[in-house]
Design a protein around this ligand. Sequence first.
Ligand code: G
Ligand code: G
Ligand code: MN
Ligand code: NA
Length: 254
Amino acid sequence: MDLELSLRRAIDNKELVLHYQPVIDLGSHEIIGAEALVRWNHPEFGLLMPDKFIPIADETGFIIEIGKWVLYEACKQAKAWQEIGHESIFIAVNISAIELDQSQLINHVAGVLHTTELNPNRLELEITESVLMQDAEASIRTLHELKQMGVRIAVDDFGTGYSSLSYLRRFPIDIIKIDRSFAKDMGSDSDNSAIVTAIIALAKSLDLTVEAGGVETQAQLDFLHKAGCHHAQGYLFSHPVTADKLFALIEQRK
Ligand code: G
Ligand code: G
Ligand code: MN
Ligand code: NA
């Protein structure tokens, strides 16, 4: 069975689905947003996770089509949540290297915001630190165009790449997402605790919002709260879930 061939038909056959993982505000403990994470409901293999097909999609260029679909679905869903009473919910969407690199990205984003009527500042685009650094000058130009539309930019997997502080200052970014690998041992007397504390201080000195990923325990949450982290995500709050389940969680935590 050729995944590449069936991937081409996946969108038309409505086999792609989005799951949503909540983002929690550490001050209010409310759900303030969600990250859209794509899955492929494969007719033979069942629910496939992105690591099984995003690399193929990247190689074949099909990621452009998938990315367009994800952006549209995610913004439409965010608008729906807003219309049923959660006006300030934001949606975060992951953008891969190939998507960032193509000249149509700006037009796609503008088109989707127009069609869905989602407020641009309720859309957050997540780009990994290493992707941003591949061609830093080109990234800076693209990010400036996105910022001009009012979209917010998050640096994903922060701490795993090699961005220098001087570069970080030149990127027009809003949010730093600390990579989930740093959550391990957090709170105990470990290197990870020191790194997380330093990243939070750095983010604050640059006036950025800082979000921690991979939070699985109350001890990790307590540490982050004390360290002044703004937002968190992780299995402690919820795994990625369907849109309906996410809505129920939002209502529950209010
Ligand atoms: O839950 P999880 O297995 O969904 O996500 C694994 C990885 O796949 C994450 O690093 C995430 O950034 C990536 N990913 C998930 N959804 C998308 C998507 O819609 N587009 C892109 N480019 N990457 C995604
Ligand atoms: O790289 P990115 O942050 O875009 O991808 C999110 C990925 O992280 C998804 O695969 C998601 O399932 C996973 N994830 C989210 N929360 C946790 C967590 O608390 N622990 C672990 N181990 N993985 C998580
Ligand atoms: Mn992400
Ligand atoms: Na991440």
